[in-house]
Design a protein around this ligand. Structure first.
Ligand code: AHR
Length: 317
């Protein structure tokens, strides 16, 4: 489900239709530049977007940037050259997009951001941004922790497994979490390192950080995959994840939810990858020259162990 915020932008751009009337979906071509295939979330997001465009009968050109900004910029430039109707992408990192976005604007091709934001000051460089509120997700993680340790006065040592350095979800999830735990000095982030949103990264970083921080109480991972890697590292160190060390993650993909149901993760903040249908709607409006919401925030929930057990049988991804 999506929550549309105020503020509209005129679609305009290269789509528009012809003198005979609006374009048929079969005449629309969209170029999508994906981040990569770094996590279960990303795989689900790619599948959902491809399925939604196929169902709508709209041609989707797809590229996988393998978590590299230069690959994404190359893909966007190629879509501009091919004269697609709309370009959409989920930026690997927040900064460094103005030049290529200006090239798209100059070519009259509207750009829709999905999942992750750019930090551009010039909001006319994109028509809409569809995705989660990552700061809010970080706050939810922090609020659970504060509640969990409400009756304790002992220090709580936290390891943070950060997402890709410079990516909006890594920056914002750290910010929201830090803001909430700052009110109580018993909480201390004793180490914080990137695991690049991957399971292997989460495992490797946790292995190293457990050696230098044997008194850790909690691991806050910016996504399920890094949390699942942390579980492997904790078990290899002879400890019980979820008991000896509590784990909080973000995403709520099936593997993460299973670990939560099994008691190896303690709390998950949901981040929905199901953005395909909303993206198709935005694309259709933009091509028809209709107004679109500048910011559309994904509505999300949180899961405790009991809630994960209940939700798992119907989990789509
Ligand atoms: O941008 C969304 C984040 O990217 C997801 O939380 C993570 O799993 C993915 O790699």
């Amino acid at each position: 489900m999506m929550l549309a915020l105020t503020g509209c932008a005129q679609g305009g751009g290269g789509g528009g239709g012809t003198e005979e009337g609006p374009k048929d979906p079969s005449e629309i071509v969209v170029g999508f530049a994906q981040v990569g295939a770094e996590s279960g979330w990303r795989t689900a997001n790619t599948k959902d977007i491809q399925a939604a465009f196929e169902e709508a009968g709209i041609e989707l050109k797809f590229s996988d940037a393998q978590q590299k900004q230069e690959n994404q910029i190359k893909a966007i430039r190629s879509y501009i050259q091919q004269g697609v109707d709309v370009i959409s992408f989920s930026p690997v990192v927040e900064t460094g997009w103005d030049a290529v976005l200006k090239e798209a604007k100059d070519a009259g091709i509207p750009v829709v951001l999905t999942d992750r934001a750019v930090d551009s000051q010039d909001e006319s460089l994109y028509v809409s941004f569809l995705g989660s509120d990552f700061v809010e997700e970080g706050k939810k993680a922090g609020e659970w922790l504060v509640e969990e340790y409400a009756d304790s006065t002992d220090p709580v040592n936290i390891i943070q497994l950060e997402g890709t350095t410079g990516a909006a979800p890594a920056i914002d999830r750290a910010e929201g979490f830090a803001e909430v735990i700052a009110d109580d000095e018993k909480f201390e982030v004793v180490a914080s390192q990137t695991g690049d949103f991957t399971r292997a990264g989460g495992k490797q970083v946790t292995e190293a950080l457990l050696k230098s921080n044997p008194d850790v109480d909690v691991i806050y991972a910016h996504n399920d995959d890094m949390g699942l890697g942390a579980i492997e590292a904790i078990e290899a160190a002879g400890m019980k994840p979820g008991e000896d060390i509590k784990i909080i993650t973000v995403d709520a993909v099936k593997d993460g939810m299973q670990a939560l149901a099994d008691g190896k993760i303690n709390f998950i903040v949901e981040c929905s990858p199901l953005l395909g249908k909303q993206l198709v709607d935005i694309v259709k409006k933009v091509v028809a020259g209709e107004e679109v919401e500048k910011r559309i925030i994904t509505e999300e929930t949180t899961f405790t162990q009991e809630e994960a057990v209940e939700a798992l049988p119907d989990r789509q991804y």
